[in-house]
Design a protein around this ligand. Structure first.
Ligand SMILES: Nc1ncnc2c1ncn2[C@@H]1O[C@H](COP(=O)(O)OP(=O)(O)OP(=O)(O)O)[C@@H](O)[C@H]1O
Ligand SMILES: [Mg+2]
Length: 277
């Protein structure tokens, strides 16, 4: 049985299986072949899509916005590529893997309305033994082995805070301030964010402080639900230079950062799937 944890983020797809951890940019591209190349269109996802973007006449699409699918075809390509790669197979749609995997997908807390469609799509493509869609930060909670905590995820397109009691999400908010906000200040192209070196301390510091302020302001509305719970922060945003220290000083308390904050959701979702196997 193959267990798979899948986190299709606005910036990056993260997928964890028994065999590997996969990460690639959430980008889909296609182009019409030129007269001398033949006929039809060529498509690519992830890093290959970024490479293809250098060729004129390429359309680059970002199928995920604010953590939700906005382009069905592109989103499907991301899912297929992630599952195929994580199973080390070019034949993930073939009979051999059908009904042989358990997939757990994470979505933002406020994206529950997309859960049924995503489950339907994965079931149509892979016929897994089981496919479950959960609040994505449950993955982080499992990864840090806690049952009661406030989990904050600082993503590329959206941030959120979800309060868990006994491993159940009892309250959550999505915050529309995330790393992409900083990108609009320091980047110039659609895909600049894939190069993390762009986030130097010198360039990002004032924007990190401003993003932290916006996050804390929204978070304050949840304070009474958080009581004295530990605060766990995952997502690539916590790796921005100075972000952890800035958040801790504004919150007046220390926060727990998982060993691999970018993969934390997917790792925990994988662990949940593996438990079901
Ligand atoms: N050292 C780093 N490692 C990984 N990501 C980083 C790092 N520094 C900054 N980032 C940025 O963190 C951002 C968020 O990454 P993450 O993969 O958590 O977002 P996402 O899950 O794709 O987005 P969302 O959760 O909003 O849908 C990206 O823009 C990425 O460039
Ligand atoms: Mg994310």
């Amino acid at each position: 049985m193959n267990a798979i944890g899948l986190d299709i983020g606005t910036g990056f797809v993260k997928c964890v299986s028994d065999k590997k951890q996969i990460k690639f940019p959430s980008i889909y591209a296609y182009r019409q072949l030129a007269t001398w190349e033949g006929r039809g269109i060529v498509e690519a996802v992830g890093d290959e899509a970024i490479k293809m973007a250098e060729i004129p006449n390429t359309r680059v699409k970002r199928p995920v916005m604010l953590g939700k699918p906005i382009d069905e075809k592109g989103f499907e390509k991301l899912v297929v590529r992630a599952i195929e790669m994580s199973l080390e197979s070019n034949d993930a749609l073939g009979k051999s893997l059908e009904s042989n995997c358990i997939v757990i997908v994470g979505l933002p807390y406020e994206a529950k309305s997309h859960a049924a469609n995503i489950k339907k799509m994965i079931t149509r493509l892979f016929s897994p033994k089981q496919c479950t869609v959960v609040a994505q930060v449950l993955g982080t909670l499992v990864d840090v082995q806690l049952a009661d905590a406030a989990v904050m995820s600082l993503g590329h397109g959206t941030s959120e805070v979800v309060v868990f009691k006994n491993s159940s999400p009892i309250k959550g908010i999505s915050i529309h301030h995330a790393v992409s906000e900083i990108m609009t200040e320091i980047g110039s192209g659609k895909t600049d964010y894939v190069n993390h070196e762009i986030f130097t301390e010198e360039r990002t510091k004032p924007h990190v402080i401003s993003l932290a302020d916006a996050l804390i302001d929204d978070l304050n509305h949840m304070r009474q639900d958080m009581e004295s719970l530990p605060i766990v922060v995952s997502g690539g945003g916590i790796l921005l230079p100075g972000m952890k220290e800035t958040l801790e000083s504004k919150l007046g308390t220390s926060v727990i950062v998982p060993k691999d904050p970018v993969f934390s959701n997917a790792i925990g979702l994988y662990k949940l799937a593996a438990k079901t196997c």
